[in-house]
Design a protein around this ligand. Sequence first.
Ligand code: UFG
Length: 327
Amino acid sequence: MRVLVAGGAGYIGSHTCKALAQAGHVPIVYDSLATGHAWAVKWGPLEQGDLNDPAALGAAMRRHRPDAVINFAGLINVGESAEEPTLYYRSNVASVITLLETMRAHDVGSIVFSSSCATYGVPQRLPIVETMAQNPINPYGRSKRMAEEMLRDACAAHGLGAIALRYFNAAGADADGELGEEHDPETHLIPLVLQAALGTRRSISIFGADYETPDGTCIRDYVHVADLATAHVAALSACRGGQYSAYNLGTGQGVSINDVIGRSRAITGKAITAEAAARRPGDPASLIADASLARQALNWGPVCSDIDNIIHSAWRWMTEHRLRVAG
Ligand code: UFG
């Protein structure tokens, strides 16, 4: 298939382009490069453009005639979304209107969409299943839920086939060292902990050590980015006209912040200074996926999401990529 990958120059998008190429598809990256990186586009053409620009998107579709779309484009910083909500609604919601209209105009009938466990808010129970209420507690989570609703409506009205993938905590880097996480600013736990190991950051702040969890720190379900990538390839073949589905992507294993720091010390062999700090607003104590539905419907399961493998691959990326960039 020829697949237009919006946001394909970003972290999860670029890993998915590699997996698409390995599965025999042609990934056409459509990315504004506002946060993505041209160096991460290695498996097909790059069309630089904004998802909110219907003329540029339409021209890219005319040129490349994609059979399907995967949409990773958007903003991802929960804290920023509370400060600049309209930015998030423009980037994560309005852009999906443009995308759906342009797809319809160009007869593109399938879409796989990046959604998030942030759409659940504070979960009623653990592990989280897809049928639980989606009550997001920040504009980022609401923007993803709104986009999901638009997809569902477009499936019902226009025969679109759409699959939303609700990621838990994406982490890790490509096993061959070709790709990895490179956000600016970085806000995610594992790269920040590894920066403290590298010495480019003095210490890691633990946002809350008084949660009702076994060690007092927040528990998350870390899933390797390469496992997320294979889920997108599987979802692409599972899209059916007129059908909307949403699947959790996680391991079902909870790992605390203290666990992440402890394993990072062991894997890097470096001292990592950690300091307890105030809770970060909007953080649920624990988020753990039940991904049984993805297993049934997509025949998907994580194969490289062991926390040690996640940290090891991220550490390799950080140390080797940094040396390459430094020349
Ligand atoms: N954390 C720290 N110190 C830090 C950074 C993070 O203690 O310096 C804690 C957070 O408070 C949280 C855990 O580490 O308890 C993980 O935080 P991340 O920022 O790495 O990721 P989140 O759990 O906040 O991820 C959320 C949603 C995802 C969403 C993502 C968007 O769970 O669905 O934000 O960036 F995609």
